[in-house]
Design a protein around this ligand. Sequence first.
Ligand code: GAR
Length: 200
Amino acid sequence: MTEARVKAKVKVGVLISGRGSNMLALIEAAQAGGYPAEISAVISNRPGAAGLQVASDAGVFAMAIDHALFGKDREGHERAMDAVLRDRGVEALALAGFMRVLSPWFVQAWAGRMINIHPSLLPAYPGLNTHARALEAGETEAGCTVHEVTLGVDEGPVLGQARVPVLKGDDADRLAARVLEAEHRLYPAALAEFCARFRQ
Ligand code: GAR
């Protein structure tokens, strides 16, 4: 008789700063069953982030750790997040619209265990205002990238990309909405692939 081996799900923490639509895509994928990860915690650096309520409504532990309370002590804020994540047993992190640059301390603490989604086809258009810049440059194609987080902002090995066309009459908002739909498909797939590494 062969013994079935059930692999434990990887406990994933999600860091957000805003509405959390990518976070919700990850939560829904993880709750659908047969997914290699469970979302064990959501943390926002902004107390007013709409995504906190979205996560709570989905039954996921969610809390704000306000970076403003730490003043210039970036690492202090990150140590507070790190303590909560470890307390929740989090093994891997997904940044989902987390709009703060992480310190080398935090990046190293989670090295090889942290991914991010960015709304461009990296290495093109790192940083902010990606859609406006892509339109300004006359691009005919846009998209999104999931990558491992390393010390350089929006750098790190690419796990996956999704491409969408730029259409006639697009403005930054219309293009952002089309890219966001692609993000919601790409991120759950990329996180699943990433988590498979942890249970080999
Ligand atoms: C997403 O488009 C994400 O790719 C982007 O912020 C948005 C967050 O939306 N992230 C970055 O620009 C990171 N550099 P969401 O809160 O609805 O997921």
